[in-house]
Write a protein that binds this ligand. Structure first.
Ligand code: ADP
Ligand code: MG
Ligand code: ZN
Length: 495
């Protein structure tokens, strides 16, 4: 039996963040009442002419810069023809032979030790979305189909990779990295649940060592990045079983069924010439001036991988923690706002802050995965203001409160004590740590007197017995004594 390896290429369609559609001035507002954001242009009435949305061009060019692409100063719109009720013109305005941008790349990194892997981007082009067919209303199946053209004509950016992806895991990493870049550049919300970020996955397998590509299938209908990973995992297994038992893979489009966790045949794959592509006669070639490109290039802010590197060098964080904190720009901004409010700018303090953000803050958003889900700056700030979190960390690092007391303060604020400041809560709950040596000595002496067995054990060489004495002294201070001071003083007294 042969050993097979997987070959994957992804096609991502993502909504651009424009307020009007690609070729008319209708609104792109999500979840408007059906067929309220429509006009003669986006419903394909006779005699109308498309007018290109300049903002969409700006956003796509910005994405192209961020993904290291070569931008074509001249690109061509094309008509892609097919009949389907969600497509009022019976063709989609897209780009075919000359797209806006080509030959870029995106790096993925699985963990701290793994060197980054370059996934080449073949092309980025601009096209328009279709309408939406409704076969059910809520959970009620209809005996007819409804069509909503609100989505028809919303600008879509298509980003196509070369077949450089070698596993479902890499596909998942690529999608998350891509979402992260597009969110950073503020070109798209990338919301998969709202269908604003969709992925078709092309996959084939081949015997290890063979250079020619195998026959691919195209998977559709996955609506989470995890769905893409699962669908690819299933499909690779299916193809391997077919080929291993002497069968053939046919080029076809298959649908992912989330409930059944399997892919199903949808249709045999059409060829490009079935679409009768030809240049769009109603739109001139898209020409981008040098000045325009210079202006757009300046809009590309620090990207996730650069920010991740800077978090390691500037704050002394581990690459892993920096990866979590920079996966989302809003979270990175939150961390930096808190970092600016720290009293001392030492790596230990930054590390402590990072721990609080990752464990406590993200923990609240159920987002401890490498890639935080959901959450935006105001959501984080609403839970606990960055300045308040910095204040908590300041109090811990100056030994004013213990880590345990800090959790109490955090819970109080995150639990909804809006009006109260960190200082109010520390005072109100009497959380100030006792560092006074005299007071701590008294707790320690009492602990020694009351625990002769532990004292005996410790003195006869059982180091572990000290723990019981530390516990007893801490209890006497109602948990407020500084634990390391307790430790040191006890050892001293027991000499
Ligand atoms: P199509 O004309 O079928 O859409 P494209 O050449 O446009 O095919 O490629 C679509 C996507 O499929 C790209 O991401 C590409 O990298 C990927 N791809 C092409 N051939 C294969 C293959 N044999 N196995 C896996 N992926 C492939
Ligand atoms: Mg294609
Ligand atoms: Zn319109």
């Amino acid at each position: 039996m042969n050993n097979y390896e997987a070959v994957i290429g992804l096609e991502v369609h993502t909504h651009l963040k424009t307020s009007s559609k690609a070729f008319c001035s209708c609104s792109t507002e999500f979840a408007s009442p059906p067929n309220t954001n429509i006009c003669p242009v986006c419903t394909g009435q006779p005699g109308v002419l498309p007018v290109l949305n300049g903002r969409a061009v700006e956003l796509i060019a910005r994405s192209a810069f961020a993904l290291g692409c070569r931008i074509n100063k001249k690109s061509i719109f094309a008509r892609k023809h097919y009949f389907y009720p969600d497509l009022p013109k019976n063709f989609q305005i897209s780009q075919y032979e000359l797209p806006v941008a080509e030959d870029g790349f995106l790096e993925i990194k699985s963990d701290e030790k793994a060197p980054p892997k370059k996934i080449r981007i073949k092309r980025i082009h601009l096209e328009e979305d279709t309408g939406k067919l409704l076969h059910a209303v809520g959970s009620r199946e209809l005996d007819h189909t409804l069509v909503d053209y609100n989505r028809a004509g919303i600008p879509l950016m298509e980003i196509v990779t070369e077949p450089d992806i070698a596993s479902p895991e890499e596909a998942w990493l690529y999608l998350n990295a891509l979402k992260s870049v597009l969110e950073y550049c503020e070109v798209s919300d990338c919301n998969m649940e709202e269908g604003k970020f969709r992925c078709d996955a092309n996959v084939s397998i081949r015997p290890v060592g063979q250079t020619a590509l195998g026959v691919k299938t195209e998977l559709k209908n996955m609506n989470t990045t995890k769905g893409v990973r699962d669908a690819l995992g299933y499909e690779i297994k299916r193809q391997t079983e077919v080929l291993s038992s002497g069968g053939l893979i046919f080029q076809e489009t298959r649908l992912w069924d989330t409930a059944a966790q399997e892919t199903r045949l949808m249709r045999a794959k059409e060829e490009a010439n079935d679409y009768r592509y030809f240049p769009e006669p109603d739109l001139p070639p898209l020409e981008l001036s040098e000045e325009f490109l210079t202006m757009v290039a300046k809009q590309v802010a620090e990207l996730p991988s650069a920010k991740r590197g800077r978090f390691v060098s500037e704050y002394g964080l581990s690459d892993y923690d920096a990866g979590i904190l920079t996966a989302q720009k809003t979270l990175a901004d939150y961390f930096e706002a808190a970092a600016r409010a720290l009293a001392d700018k030492k790596p230990e303090t930054y590390k402590l802050l990072a721990n609080w953000v990752i464990n406590e803050l993200l923990g609240r958003f159920n987002a401890r995965d490498v890639i935080p889900k959901g959450g935006n700056f105001s959501q984080y700030d609403d839970l606990i203001q960055s300045a308040s979190l910095a204040e908590i960390v300041n109090l811990i690092s100056s030994n004013a409160i213990s880590g345990k007391a800090a959790k109490i303060v955090f819970e109080e604020i995150a639990g909804g004590s809006r009006g109260k400041t960190v200082a109010d809560i520390v005072k109100e709950k009497n959380l100030v740590q006792i560092t006074d040596e005299g007071a701590i000595k008294k707790y320690c002496q009492d602990a020694i007197t009351e625990n002769p067995v532990a004292v005996g054990e410790y003195r006869s060489g059982k180091e572990r017995a000290l723990g019981a004495l530390v516990g007893a002294a801490m209890k006497k201070s109602s948990g407020r004594a500084n634990p390391s001071a307790v430790n040191a003083i006890l050892k001293d007294l027991l000499k």
